[in-house]
Design a protein around this ligand. Structure first.
Ligand code: AMP
Length: 228
């Protein structure tokens, strides 16, 4: 040590799991509870599509088909977002990395910032339930709060509990056909990351089939553990 104080490193958490495992819902809850920043490449890509950026135009058809957008595009979008000052509080990566090259790129990006992955948390689910979970979900168009027809309906139908917005949206890729393609992409390209992080001693597996709050309790314990 050179006498200067050691940098306080902000936590970096990864949520792994197939589409519908609850990554987005849980990431938003962790954001509220621990002041971390949710980084969802799916959200960043949907914003790029909406804005009509070059990356968004390239990504659109792939997203609609349920495949994975190219590593180059996704890594570049994530690199830009990681450069925003709010990420210094610590981040929860939701939907990234999804391939081994993305995982390797993430390690390099973090190393440049003197950071490392504190925990990669695999949300383990029964996949036969995933189509039901995904096909019932929708969100508030104004604030993004997520809902589900069966598991988390707004208190007043059609009105957001958080911001009182009345416009709800469903994702274009939440159809049964696209969900099957997304699950196939998960198995072929993303599931190997569970072993990748296990080999690095960073993996935590948690059952993710209970209620939203049961799963949140399990996650909280892991996040608290990473904070010493
Ligand atoms: P998500 O919101 O995480 O379910 O992502 C929606 C869609 O965006 C995925 O089906 C992919 O087409 C694309 N996508 C999101 N994150 C990634 C990623 N890390 N790598 C490749 N494609 C991604």
């Amino acid at each position: 040590m050179d006498g200067s104080s050691a940098p306080v490193t902000a936590p970096v958490l990864i949520l792994l799991g197939p589409p519908g495992a609850g990554k987005g819902t849980q990431a938003r809850m962790l954001e509220d509870k621990f002041g971390l920043v949710q980084l969802s490449t799916g959200d960043l890509l949907r914003a790029a599509v909406k804005q009509g950026t070059e990356a968004g135009q390239k990504a659109r058809a792939v997203m609609d088909s349920g495949g994975l957008v190219s590593d180059d595009i996704v890594i570049s979008i994530l690199r830009d977002r990681l450069g925003d000052p709010d990420t210094a509080r610590g981040v929860i990566l939701d939907g990234f990395p999804r391939t081994t090259p993305q995982a390797e790129a993430l390690e390099r990006l973090l190393a440049e910032r003197d950071q490392k992955i504190d925990a990669a948390i695999s949300l383990e689910v029964d996949e036969s339930e995933m189509v039901t979970r995904i096909s019932g979900r929708f969100s508030c168009a104004d604030c993004g709060e997520g809902y589900h027809d069966t598991f988390k309906a707004p208190q007043v139908e059609g009105v957001c509990d958080v911001c009182a917005g009345t416009k709800m949206t469903r994702r274009a890729d939440d159809t049964p056909e696209t969900v099957s393609s997304r699950l196939a992409a998960y198995h072929a390209q993303t599931a190997p990351l569970v072993r990748y992080y296990d080999a690095r001693g960073a993996l935590h597996r948690i059952p993710a089939m209970g209620t939203i709050s049961d799963v949140a309790t399990r996650l909280d314990a892991i996040v608290k553990g990473t904070r010493g």
